[in-house]
Design a protein around this ligand. Structure first.
Ligand SMILES: Cc1cc2nc3c(=O)[nH]c(=O)nc-3n(C[C@H](O)[C@H](O)[C@H](O)COP(=O)(O)OP(=O)(O)OC[C@H]3O[C@@H](n4cnc5c(N)ncnc54)[C@H](O)[C@@H]3O)c2cc1C
Length: 374
């Protein structure tokens, strides 16, 4: 099921970062989240893809907060935190969209930037990223699932990906394919191409409204103006910290709401909840530390030092672990009230596990830290 309305077009000059006041944009994103999004959380949790809301967040500036200011990511992360505070499925889709924009920001292919950057940053083109498999392949966990061949004016690509989110029949996504005898290539794919099939996934534990599909490509022609990088490895190295840091928005928003849930039951249940090991004050301190670290790292996404990369990976690991811890403790605080189907507490618990398993998953992050020189 999908919910769609036409959107007002923004001209390319309106994209310019100076046209967007981040404080105003964040206030509007937060307002849409606590009003309209909050009314749709159950439907989204049960499988409705909220296209209209994605366009509303786009109009508020949610997908172009990282265009200016040296591409610092703090504003984009805070925007996604405000969305995730209400619904992590929508927060994840905002990450998919912001990551698609991040690829275009970093691409050196002027033709691709000219054609798609403004469209993606304003939400006129919605879409996501199929980088789980490549991110795992770069660390020897699995091999590249897409194979490409160089042809006149582009590449022919085939293969199957099990899960790609924030998709629909007119959406785009970034992917990486192997090329025999050459470096892997990173490119955009148009879901409307007849050589692309979107296959519905079997129901998940949560995130069913995220427009997640299995994607099949049968000799898809990818023209050169959709190539993000003819050599994907240096490109990934340049944008990988941003890819990972942007995910922190989901965790920060979700943890904020778990603390709110604990506080909401202080009045009726505080006399017994105070015996629980984790109290909202502690969780708030943990959150403040995570926000401070993510905020510091988000200021310099192109820092290529080893120390910086280690801190990014460690912060991402903490974000997943603390999301699960916060949701687990919110559940213990809320008790039966949190266990009923209509409660957002049980939804937060299901969503929290996604933060810990989406690529790079907890186990991959631990592998990465283990392989890093001390
Ligand atoms: C709701 C949802 C949305 C996602 N959205 C995206 C996205 O937008 N882009 C993206 O790149 N990735 C997406 N993923 C994949 C995600 O990022 C992780 O790669 C995935 O959760 C598994 O990661 P892992 O490291 O734990 O691998 P593991 O689960 O340990 O292993 C994954 C591998 O096992 C195999 N496998 C296991 N179970 C299945 C199954 N049921 N069907 C098919 N193959 C299976 C596949 O080969 C797969 O590559 C999504 C996953 C989910 C559940």
């Amino acid at each position: 099921m999908s919910l769609t309305v036409p959107v007002t077009a923004l001209s390319p000059h309106e994209l310019h970062a100076t046209d967007l006041d981040p404080a105003v944009a964040l206030a509007e994103i937060g307002r849409i989240a606590v009003t309209d999004l909050s009314a749709w959380t159950r439907a989204i949790d049960e499988g409705t893809y909220p296209a209209t809301l994605m366009h509303r967040f786009a109009d508020a500036g949610a997908f172009r907060l990282h265009l200016g200011g040296g591409h610092a990511l703090g504003g984009a992360i805070e925007g996604m935190a405000r969305i995730s505070e209400v619904c992590a499925s929508t927060g994840f889709m905002a990450w998919c969209q912001n990551t698609l924009v991040w690829y275009l920001i970093n691409s050196e292919n002027e033709a691709a930037r000219a054609k798609y950057l403004a469209a993606a940053a304003t939400g006129h083109v919605l879409g996501g990223t199929a980088l789980s498999n490549p991110m795992k392949s770069f660390f020897g966990i699995e091999t590249l699932k897409l194979k490409g061949t160089r042809v006149e004016g582009g590449y022919r690509v085939k293969g199957v990906l099990p899960w790609v989110s924030n998709l629909g029949p007119d959406h785009f996504f970034g992917c990486i394919f192997a090329v025999e005898g050459a470096a892997p290539v990173m490119a955009l794919v148009d879901c409307a191409d007849p050589a692309v099939t979107l296959k519905p996934c079997e129901p998940f534990l949560a995130m069913d409204g995220t427009g997640t599909y299995g994607v099949q490509m049968r000799d898809l022609f990818v023209p050169d103006d959709m190539v993000l990088a003819h050599d994907a490895m240096p490109f990934v190295k340049k944008m990988r910290a941003g890819f990972i840091l942007l995910q922190a928005g989901m965790a920060i928003g979700l943890i904020r709401d778990c603390i709110a849930l604990m506080r909401e039951v202080e009045e009726p249940l505080g006399h017994v909840n105070r015996y629980l090991e984790v109290q909202p004050e502690q969780m708030s301190e943990t959150l403040a530390a995570l926000e401070a670290e993510v905020g510091a790292l988000a200021a310099t996404p192109y820092d290529d030092s080893r120390d910086y990369w280690r801190r990014v990976v460690a912060a991402r690991l903490l974000a997943g672990e603390k999301s699960v811890e916060a949701a687990h403790n919110a559940m213990l605080h809320c008790g039966a009230r949190g266990y009923v189907r209509a409660s957002r507490c049980q939804r937060r618990l299901r969503e929290a596990y996604f933060v810990a398993i989406v690529t790079p998953a907890t186990k991959q992050l631990k592998l990465m830290l283990d392989q890093m020189p001390a």
